[in-house]
Design a protein around this ligand. Structure first.
Ligand SMILES: C[S@@+](CC[C@H](N)C(=O)[O-])C[C@H]1O[C@@H](n2cnc3c(N)ncnc32)[C@H](O)[C@@H]1O
Length: 239
């Protein structure tokens, strides 16, 4: 496994120990040494993101335009793969993402997505990173984008969303992000047929989702992971 190390001073002035790690599908992810946690599965960063968020989330949703909210912008991989899929499928997307610890652009540029993404997607990917925080920008006619620099635990929604990509660090590392209160906040902001997708199928996660009102379905996980979860707001919907 190939690794490069950096010490990143982020905008919150805390030092985070990050390493670039090449995963099994040849796409890079980051390793956070402070939390001892990867940003994506080491069994394939791009394939995990496609499986959990694009296939089980975006492609399952019937909303078009679709309003997406991501918990944890991180490397921006989910955002750029959503853009790519939206172009392929002719979808109109309003994408909002929240991040407490933005990653330095010098590190982002060293991820091998510059080899793996088509050239026109790469320029969009860089634009997503370089644009101002907390401002709505039109990436294309059918794709608007906003990244919010804030702590999700303190964030109050002012909009309604159709699809939540719940991509915080694991419940073992960040239990305060996988609670009943957090999922209730997410539930309340979803439209009637709203969907949440996430990689964690831990018992406590499913219990807290159900308590918040979601209908929870365990799905097959990506390579190296038995299960993932898709949770629906509409109790009449078939998950
Ligand atoms: C698993 S990584 C996300 C991966 C990201 N979606 C990607 O494609 O790279 C979890 C992300 O959640 C962010 N995060 C952790 N706690 C947060 C909080 N309280 N509010 C907002 N973001 C948070 C982390 O900084 C990290 O970028």
């Amino acid at each position: 496994m190939l690794c490069y190390s950096f010490f990143l001073k982020n905008e919150n002035a805390s030092v985070v120990d990050l390493k670039i790690v090449n995963t099994s599908d040849k796409s890079d992810t980051l390793y956070n040494g402070e939390l001892n946690e990867h940003y994506h599965s080491i069994n394939g960063a791009i394939s995990e993101s496609l499986h959990i968020f694009i296939d089980a989330g975006l492609n399952y949703s019937k909303a078009n335009p679709v309003k997406i909210f991501e918990v944890g912008f991180g490397t921006g991989l989910n955002a750029i793969l959503t853009f790519k899929e939206a172009i392929n499928k002719g979808l109109s997307v309003h994408y909002t993402s929240i991040e407490l610890h933005p990653i330095d652009f010098n590190i982002i540029k060293q991820l091998n997505y510059n080899y793996l993404l088509p050239k026109d997607n790469l320029s969009v990917f860089y634009k997503m990173h370089e644009c101002e925080w907390n401002e709505n920008i039109n990436i294309s006619k059918n794709f608007s984008f906003k990244k919010i620099h804030a702590d999700f635990t303190r964030y109050d929604f002012s909009d309604q969303f159709d699809l939540i990509y719940f991509d915080a660090f694991a419940p073992e590392k960040q239990p305060h992000l996988w609670t009943y209160n957090i999922f209730k906040k997410v539930y309340d902001t979803l439209s009637i047929n709203g969907i949440l997708t996430t990689y964690s199928s831990k018992g406590i996660v499913k219990d807290n989702l159900r308590q918040a009102g979601f209908v929870v379905k365990k799905l097959n996980g990506p390579k190296g992971k038995r299960h993932m979860v898709r949770a629906l707001k509409n109790i009449m919907a078939v998950v």
